[in-house]
Design a protein. Structure first.
Length: 64
């Protein structure tokens, strides 16, 4: 296998993973699943701002 082929395979795998996570973060029915998908996206995509818990309609405050 050449380096170009391995790079292409890695790019397709990364892109599909990020796409599935973005769709899950947007359209999942359960709030916890959306939150987990968003936190995973924050790790995989550099420079992405982490959203506050209020974006899901969850309780706000330090004790939540």
């Amino acid at each position: 296998m050449t380096v170009g082929l391995l790079s292409t395979i890695a790019a397709v795998f990364y892109g599909s993973t990020v796409s599935v996570l973005a769709l899950t973060a947007t359209f999942a029915r359960r709030r916890t699943l959306r939150r987990e998908a968003r936190s995973t996206l924050a790790v995989l995509v550099p420079g992405r701002a982490v959203e506050s818990p209020q974006a899901d309609g969850g309780p706000a405050g330090p004790g939540s």
